[in-house]
Design a protein around this ligand. Sequence first.
Ligand code: ADP
Length: 197
Amino acid sequence: MSDESSRYRIGGNAILELLLGDITQQETDAIVNAANSGLLGGGGVDGAIHRAAGPTLLAECRKVRELRGPLPPGEAVATGGGALKVKYVIHTVGPIWQGGQANEANILESCYRTSLQEAHRLSCSSISFPSVSTGVYGYPVEAAAEVALRTVVHELPNFPSVRLARFLLFDQRTRDAYARAARELAETLADLEVDQQ
Ligand code: ADP
């Protein structure tokens, strides 16, 4: 059990939520996939999303891949949601952790920013993120949580159609790391406060 808060208000308008769970079960307008550049599925959350979404997602990813080639790390591209309960899957490619001196933090920041940009462009009012890069790509979860939350909190006001940003964290350790990072951020940022509701 964690006694950390899981719901925050950003700038009085938007909501940030940190939940333990499976992103494939989400009903937000969009979910984000921690994809790889090939866009044709993989392990971890990518595999889970493709399994739950069914073959139309893979077919759409193939088309995107044919049109624009591999997706570079830090960029994001949207497809439909296939059999999922979402309108869109926003695929982004996180950095592979190489020790921290290979621009990993900037690339990770860009993943969250470009995903929000896609969500706003598609008029999504809610989006769910997984913990990008902290699985197979090896990004240390405490450092990734700080980058993820700081970026989403700073960028959300720039993409005002998005009113709810939710993190779907798959295990307790990841959830605790995000909860700690959110509390620390809330201590330093006046426009991030615990939602008392
Ligand atoms: P990456 O290659 O970007 O590291 P992974 O999929 O390996 O991506 O891991 C990213 C995070 O997603 C990890 O914390 C992993 O536990 C988590 N994850 C795996 N399956 C799911 C799921 N169904 N819902 C939410 N998170 C998941």
